[in-house]
Design a protein around this ligand. Structure first.
Ligand code: NAP
Ligand code: SF4
Length: 667
């Protein structure tokens, strides 16, 4: 299985054991000395799991390049000493690891930021100062110094972050480089900065050191590089001494989604494929690659020599080992939700993974066999119950998983039916196969009775939620009203004019589903977002086309403020942009009055209006389901409540799966 993916790659002075690079991710553990021990354990599990080469999160080569005031820097001998714990951990398992050098430039969140030109980024708080030519030269030396120190620390190489709109990109593109000296103006001058960095690193770290360059192959911003620019830089980077070219897609300030779950799998492989024929060093494809089948196909078809996967290794440290053992069905697939990784990182919290709560908590959450094997009942096979059942079984307990419906998955089964969220199906597949492997006794179509309290040592109540009913005059009597569960499950026909009551995550999902175009290929997805696959425009962009849905939708909430962003810190803008492009009416500050034959009567800021609608879909949150709650005291301390049954408000799958895991490691 996967002969291309698992084939070693000869780099001349060294070999990679397969074609998979674990891409750089900022976990939040980089920024403190204590965090490095935990980071070492995190990387060690991935190296043990067989990945070819790991790239760390970004470390700045100097003070001004840090992402935020307390962010990680790698520029002194003490840093090299402190990082040995990481390199030794990875090398214990014959893995390889490269340190990523990232200078944030104008994306830095502090007043000391510097860039090619003093223009503030649209997503930044601070305007950078312009680097003098002396400062440019010093920064190049800082990269070289950091690379030499990385070698001393035992790193096998460095990755130079030259994409996503950070400092190097800010020099390369005319969008951000308005200089008139030797570092600006024509393209030859603008690409001097990355080339001098690479040459300086090669000089300081020697020939037997991997230099990966993350090249922005598709900027997705105005005044970004042309394809010719990208190809020329790739060729010059090869001459300057780069060992491997990695792909970067989209600046952080680009308003086009590049990694969230609604981005089709492998959506940007075509970009790497355009650059690869022009260089003879290995080239890596990236973005939304999350299965071994897809990775194998990319390499087999010659679009790239390697693939980069970052979040899939948060989700499953044993991704490669399982692929090697012919067990891809046991891989815990990253579903691109961003909910526990990037959302956490952007909130300044430690990253983890929704589907793998152990990620970045390896030292705190070892999975140890239970001293005594107990009889455990888990009631409810939604995300929380599945997680509890699996980890209890892994610890050696005998687990009965009782589910009243005829299948597992709970709320994930609804989520996977939302266009752009099909990946949620993978988590259900993962749990189904793991439950079988760990011999969980799955009892479907069975309603738990109070009897479970007597029969089991421990009972985990993961009975989930039911949709909240709302009180609006005329709603209860109307035949035009649907709750979201029924609508999603039964794909009820709701007409062409629909009001959605409630604009939380579910309301957004429903509005997206109702306005989804019927045919939706990769080309259509790119067209919807204005991505120029022929690469005739700078940055790979052309203006957004208007997309008009046949269904007219009003997404409503009582709260004032932005409507349609939902809960995700890094994904909210994608939801809102999607709904806006499809012409969904986003109304906040709504006061519901009544529903009658004329429609839904409401007022916004004192202005009354009647929405002439065919139907109303209620997405007003949930309430907990807790069967025979009054009897739980009979088993004081042995009944555990998790997921939506524990707390329906702000329910999210990250909490649900984590609670299932946490109770399982305590029992
Ligand atoms: P939610 O986020 O609590 O949103 C419920 C919505 O209903 C709110 O917009 C609320 O706004 C409205 N509402 C509440 N009570 C109401 C009432 N009595 N009458 C009328 N409107 C009422 O719930 P949800 O959308 O069902 O989502 C549930 C959980 O799943 C959330 O925690 C969410 O994070 C998670 N989820 C996440 C995603 C994702 O993409 N990350 C997707 C789906 C769900 P007003 O009170 O202002 O009207
Ligand atoms: Fe993937 Fe979601 Fe886990 Fe992040 S939190 S690694 S996106 S599954």
């Amino acid at each position: 299985m996967y002969p291309n993916l698992l084939r070693p790659l000869d780099l001349g002075f060294t070999q990679l054991r397969n074609r998979v690079l674990m891409g750089s991710m900022h976990t939040g553990l980089e920024d403190s000395a204590k965090g490095l021990q935990k980071l070492a354990a995190f990387y060690e599990e991935r190296a043990k799991g067989g990945v070819g080469i790991i790239v760390t999160g970004g470390f700045s080569p100097n003070l001004r390049g840090r992402l935020y005031p307390t962010a990680a820097q790698f520029s002194r001998p003490k840093h090299a000493e402190a990082h040995k714990v990481i390199t030794e951990a990875v090398h214990r398992h014959d893995g390889k690891i490269a340190l990523q050098l990232l200078h944030a430039g104008r994306y830095g969140y502090h007043p000391l930021t510097q860039s090619s030109t003093p223009a503030k980024a649209p997503i930044a708080k601070f305007a950078p100062s312009e680097m003098s030519s002396k400062q440019v030269e010093n920064t190049i030396e800082d990269y070289a110094n950091s690379a030499a120190l990385a070698k001393q620390a035992g790193y096998d190489g460095v990755e130079v972050m030259g994409s996503e709109g950070y400092l190097i990109n800010q020099f390369i593109c005319k969008r951000t480089n308005k200089r008139a000296d030797d570092w600006g103006g024509c393209y030859k001058n603008r690409m001097r900065f990355p080339l001098e960095i690479v040459k300086a690193i090669r000089r300081s770290a020697g020939d037997d050191f991997i230099i990966i360059f993350r090249l922005s192959m598709l900027d997705l911003v105005e005044e970004g590089s042309t394809l010719d620019d990208v190809i020329l830089l790739a060729k010059e980077l090869e001459k300057a001494g780069v060992t491997i070219i990695n792909t970067g897609i989209g600046w952080h300030e680009a308003r086009i989604p590049t990694i969230v779950t609604s981005v089709p799998r492998g959506a940007f492989t075509w970009v790497t494929n355009k650059v690869k024929p022009h260089v003879s060093i290995p080239v890596i494809a990236t973005n939304r690659i999350n299965t071994p089948e897809q990775a194998e196909a990319i390499i087999e078809q010659g679009a790239a020599d390697m693939v980069s996967m970052a979040r899939p290794f948060l989700a499953d440290p044993e991704f490669i080992r399982k692929a090697q053992d012919g067990e891809p069905q046991l891989i815990n697939t990253c579903i691109g939700c961003n909910q526990a990784c990037l959302d956490n990182a952007f909130k300044g919290k430690r990253a983890s993974c929704m589907v793998n709560p152990r990620a970045c908590y390896e030292t705190e959450y070892p999975i140890i066999k239970a001293k005594q094997s107990k009889r455990v009942a888990v009631i409810g096979a939604g995300p929380a119950g599945l997680s509890a059942a699996l980890y209890c079984a892994k610890r050696g307990h005998q687990v009965d998983l009782i589910e009243k419906s005829d299948r597992i998955g709970g709320q994930f089964r609804l989520a996977m039916q939302i266009p752009g969220k099909e990946e949620f199906r993978e988590t259900i597949r993962y749990f189904a196969n793991q439950l079988e492997k760990y011999e969980v006794n799955l009892l479907l179509n069975m309603e738990a009775t109070v009897q479970v309290l007597k029969e089991y040592d421990d009972v985990i109540m993961a009975t989930g939620v039911k949709p909240r009913q709302v009180k609006i005059e005329g709603l209860a009597e109307s035949t035009k009203v649907y709750d979201y569960q029924t609508l999603i499950r039964e794909k009820s026909y709701v007409g062409e004019k629909v009001a959605v009551i409630g604009a939380g995550g579910v309301g957004i999902d429903v509005a997206t589903m109702l306005t989804e175009p019927s045919r939706y290929s990769l080309q259509e997805w790119m067209q919807e977002w204005g991505i120029d696959q022929e690469y005739k425009h700078d940055g790979g962009l052309y203006p957004f086309p208007e997309i008009h849905s046949k269904t007219e939708v009003w997404l409503l909430q009582r709260r004032e403020g932005t409507v349609g962003k939902g809960p995700g810190k890094t994904t909210g803008w994608v939801h809102r942009a999607t709904l806006q492009k499809r012409g969904v009416h986003l109304l906040g500050g709504v006061n519901y009055e009544k529903l009658d034959d004329a429609g839904l009567h409401l007022s916004v800021k004192g202005q009354s209006q009647t929405l002439d609608i065919d139907s109303v879909v209620v997405c007003a949150g949930q309430e907990s389901v807790r069967p025979f709650e009054d009897k739980w005291t009979e088993k004081e301390g042995h009944v555990h409540l998790i997921g939506g049954a524990y707390e329906a408000g702000e329910l999210d799958a990250v909490r649900a799966i984590r609670q299932g895991f946490e109770i399982a490691i305590k029992i």
